[in-house]
Design a binder for this molecule. Structure first.
Ligand SMILES: *[C@@H]1O[C@H](CO)[C@@H](O)[C@H](O)[C@H]1NC(C)=O
Length: 205
């Protein structure tokens, strides 16, 4: 088995313990101590590979439509290292997204992942904006079976422009992509950003 469950866990433990042991005694055996230590990688506990089960690598039920009765008219189901422990260190994850008619995923960015999205049902208007100084908007209308890529870090969105529900799946190039929703971060922070900081930019528009 690869990933956190095997080599990485062992090598991390080995490195950390060897350093500690070298401080305590130059003759200590690093290999012996490995057995008793809990190791975390990327903030997630590394399970003893002997105790891993198929459930550490699976998630069931993405076929079940999610409830989209919320202000955005969409629901994201995350399938990342928080749901599948075995994804730790593997650098991939998944989301499925249900959209009510005219539902949207508002502008957001994933600080640690590029995203590749495929529409399974419905019609989506999708896009992303490049960075300064161009801030160029790239958009596309996608139907069932169509694919679009959102490069790492760029602000992107999806909007169901059809009159029916839509469903999409997306692969992400991190086991823990992170999400920054632009409006939440800029206008909804806790505590709020000093309005003077925001007002100057808004006046310039
Ligand atoms: C969907 O969510 C809304 C809002 O939380 C709730 O009122 C409604 O009962 C839910 N519908 C179903 C079918 O669960």
């Amino acid at each position: 088995m690869s990933s956190c469950f095997a080599h990485v866990a062992v090598s991390f433990a080995h490195v950390e313990l060897c350093w500690i042991l070298k401080l305590l005694s130059s003759s200590a055996s690093c290999g012996y101590i490995l057995v008793v230590v809990s190791v975390y990688v990327n903030g997630k506990f590394c399970k003893d590979p002997k105790l891993a089960t198929p459930d550490d690598f699976s998630f069931l039920g993405l076929n079940i439509p999610r409830n989209t009765s919320n202000p955005d008219g969409s629901t994201v189901t995350f399938v990342n290292v928080a749901q599948i422990a075995g994804l730790n260190t593997l650098g991939v994850s998944l989301v499925s997204i249900d959209y009510a008619p005219y539902g949207q995923i508002q502008p957001h960015t994933h600080p640690r992942a590029s995203e590749i999205l495929v529409v399974q049902e419905g019609t989506l208007y999708v896009g992303f904006v490049t960075s300064n100084p161009e801030n160029k908007l790239f958009t596309k209308i996608l139907n069932k079976g169509d694919v679009f890529v959102f490069p790492i870090g760029l602000i992107h969105f999806q909007f169901n422009i059809g009159k029916t529900n839509a469903v999409a799946f997306a692969g992400l190039s991190s086991q823990n992509p992170g999400v920054i929703t632009i409006a939440n971060a800029v206008l909804g922070s806790d505590p709020p950003i000093n309005p003077d900081v925001l007002a100057r930019r808004i006046r310039m528009w």
